[in-house]
Design a binder for this molecule. Structure first.
Ligand code: ADP
Ligand code: ADP
Length: 230
């Protein structure tokens, strides 16, 4: 089953920038997929469509085979299924401590405090940030901030995790920790979609790669297929 699908979508920003042009993109449940392309190619714009932050100018988005419904209830439903980790963790981390940050989403879902605590400790354990509960997020390193941002999304129990440039700005060790973490989450059944402009690391993990350039998907396939004649 395709868990996420963009069908022939176009997107124009209000200033007229055509950021996506007839984009078709689909991901099967349980896969780990990379969207590869240079800065300005349209990666963030496409990702913001997956939970309805942006609405296509034409075409449609389907999540779990249902066309996205942009009314309030529909958006709430899709945002529980699709968790987006933004490129800059400072856009996502704003609570005074790590534990409050990770608890923010589940508290917003109206879960009781026992369930919230369970989800927060399990998420911090998965991302390797046990022991940092009471630290202010802005004192952490870039890689640690990313892992806390990922924990915040994990605590929402999404079916699909979408990560915009999860390794950008990190040193090789930090980047490889993030990719290993994503690999493990995928092994546990999470569908993972990553964007990157870095050709080096991601093909090692991604089962399928889409290449985007100038708002168009120009190639798609396994690492072997997309790189064979580059
Ligand atoms: P990427 O994530 O691949 O770097 P983006 O999706 O951010 O690419 O950008 C795609 C194109 O849309 C670029 O030309 C960018 O300048 C433009 N763009 C992005 N955000 C906006 C915006 N809010 N208003 C107008 N143009 C934008
Ligand atoms: P990314 O590569 O993740 O898209 P950018 O640095 O391109 O990051 O964009 C950072 C922010 O600026 C995003 O919120 C994006 O929507 C916005 N942005 C990018 N290009 C433009 C643009 N041409 N006009 C207005 N906003 C833009």
């Amino acid at each position: 089953m395709n868990i996420i699908q963009a069908i022939d979508i176009n997107y124009n920003y209000p200033d007229g920038t055509q950021a996506l042009k007839n984009v078709n993109f689909k991901v099967k449940k349980g896969k780990i997929v990379a969207l590869l392309g240079p800065n300005g190619a349209g990666k963030s714009t496409l990702f913001l469509h997956f939970n309805g932050i942006l609405r296509p100018s034409s075409g449609e988005i389907k999540v779990e085979n249902q066309t996205l419904d942009y009314k309030k209830d529909g958006l709430m439903r899709v945002r529980q299924k699709v968790g987006i980790v933004f490129q800059n963790p400072d856009d996502q981390l704003f609570a005074p401590t790590v534990v409050e940050d990770v608890a923010f989403g589940p508290l917003n879902l109206g879960l009781d405090s026992e369930e919230v605590d369970k989800r927060v400790s399990s998420a911090l354990e998965k991302v390797g940030m046990v022991g940092y509960e009471n630290k202010p997020p802005h004192h952490l390193s870039g890689g640690q901030k990313k892992r806390v941002a990922i924990a915040g999304i994990l605590a929402m129990h999404p079916d699909i995790m979408v990560l915009d440039e999860p390794t950008s700005g990190l040193d090789p060790k930090g980047a490889s920790q993030i990719l290993k973490l994503l690999y493990h989450l995928n092994q546990e059944g999470m569908t993972i979609i990553i964007s990157t402009h870095d050709v080096d690391l991601v093909p090692l993990y991604a089962e399928e790669i889409f290449i985007i350039s100038g708002g168009k998907i120009i190639k798609q396939g396994t690492a072997h297929q997309v790189f064979e004649d580059v």
